[in-house]
Design a protein around this ligand. Structure first.
Ligand SMILES: NC(=O)c1ccc[n+]([C@@H]2O[C@H](COP(=O)([O-])OP(=O)(O)OC[C@H]3O[C@@H](n4cnc5c(N)ncnc54)[C@H](O)[C@@H]3O)[C@@H](O)[C@H]2O)c1
Length: 340
């Protein structure tokens, strides 16, 4: 691969602008093009970030030989058709989470990736969130011993986050998949692939929303680890992904919006040692797309495999979809994972 990657960002929302900033701040990349359905958004973002080209037609960028890679920051239902168009045109793709809204769509994306020999990375950004990276590091070092219970949550209110043209208000877009994929992906990254889920859901906070707004899911993770994910798209509180990791020697409490995290450790000497938390300062960088883009670029420039692969993205969607299904059926559901 060449040493400088020409990137096109599709979508011009606030989140997309985070990606544009991530591109211009990373070495080895040029923000070559910007695209959105709405011309005024393209013009505004072009002015702000200085892209060479702007268009309202993404197919124009698929046909442009100057585009090496694209970042898709568009409604979830467009992830499959846009990934298809760009992979078939030989462009590398970084696609926002969730990879897609169904396992079947994810499998179709994986099939196209294989057929074209293309490069597809999924933007599960929590793997780049400083607090969660620190938690994973501490767990890997054995600081809290062996894991026994892990929990995370996606507590949000979508009243003002309906998406342009209300695309989030869609019976096919369950909050557990669209937003809950963050919490599920975090637990998968830390504790592995759960084999079974049992769940409940209700519809009290956003009664006009077309699907249940609040869910709780319980998982069986490998090595006899238990897990829980709470997802709500209607809570009256600030957005958070409060997460707790319980181990045989200690506990970590952290989230993605606080400037510190707590570490409780039993030092094996003082019987009260674990009752006082060590407060670890944390850089609050919830949407750390700059690091995500750096990893994307490093892999492209170094000729490496996708660092956050389609199998990873699809496995997270598989867990989320099984959780929605379990709540509907009112019984435990075995989780089937897509194969590479
Ligand atoms: N990683 C995260 O934490 C995070 C946060 C927010 C959103 N997202 C994801 O990013 C994606 C976009 O979400 P958003 O919040 O930016 O939504 P948004 O509604 O704010 O923006 C979507 C943009 O896509 C544009 N668009 C729609 N159809 C298009 C088309 N055919 N061609 C070009 N542009 C088109 C819209 O005009 C709009 O400007 C979603 O997949 C969402 O799940 C991820």
């Amino acid at each position: 691969m060449k040493k400088n990657i020409n990137i096109a960002v599709i979508g011009c929302s606030g989140m997309a602008k985070g990606h544009m900033k991530g591109v211009v701040e990373n070495e080895g990349a040029t923000l070559y093009a910007i695209c959105d359905k709405y011309e005024e958004l393209v013009e505004e973002a072009k002015k702000e970030f200085g892209a060479v080209k702007g268009t309202t037609d993404y197919m124009e960028l698929a046909a442009d030989p100057n585009v090496d890679a694209v970042i898709l920051v568009v409604p979830d239902k467009l992830h499959l058709p846009m990934t298809k168009a760009f992979l078939e045109a030989g462009k590398a793709v970084l696609c926002e989470k969730p990879m897609a809204l169904t396992v079947a769509e994810c499998e179709e994306m994986m099939r196209i990736e294989k057929e074209t020999g293309g490069f597809l990375m999924i933007g599960q950004v929590c793997r780049f969130t400083p607090a969660f990276r620190k938690a994973k590091e501490l767990i890997s070092e054995g600081k809290i011993g062996e894991l026994c219970f892990v929990e995370s949550e996606y507590a949000h209110c979508y009243e003002k986050s309906r998406g342009r043209d209300d695309w989030r208000v869609d019976p096919d877009r369950h909050g557990f998949i669209g937003g809950g994929c963050h919490a599920v992906d975090l637990l998968r990254w830390i504790a592995g692939n759960p084999s079974e889920v049992y769940a409940h859901a209700n519809h009290k906070l956003m009664p006009d929303w077309p699907v249940n707004d609040t869910s709780i899911a319980i998982y069986k993770f490998p090595n006899d680890v238990m897990g829980k994910v709470f997802v709500s798209i209607g809570c009256r509180r600030n957005y958070t992904m409060r997460s707790v990791f319980y181990g045989t020697k200690g506990t970590i409490i952290c989230d993605n919006t606080s400037d510190s995290m707590q570490l409780f450790v039993d030092d094996g000497v003082d019987s009260d040692s674990y009752k006082t938390a060590e407060i670890i300062p944390i850089d609050v960088n919830n949407h750390n797309v700059g690091s995500e883009i750096k990893m994307f670029l490093d892999a492209l420039i170094g000729g490496k495999e996708s660092p956050l692969s389609s199998v990873e993205g699809a496995s997270t969607v598989a867990v989320c979809a099984a959780s929605v299904e379990a709540a509907k059926l009112g019984r435990p559901v075995g989780i089937v994972y897509p194969k590479a």
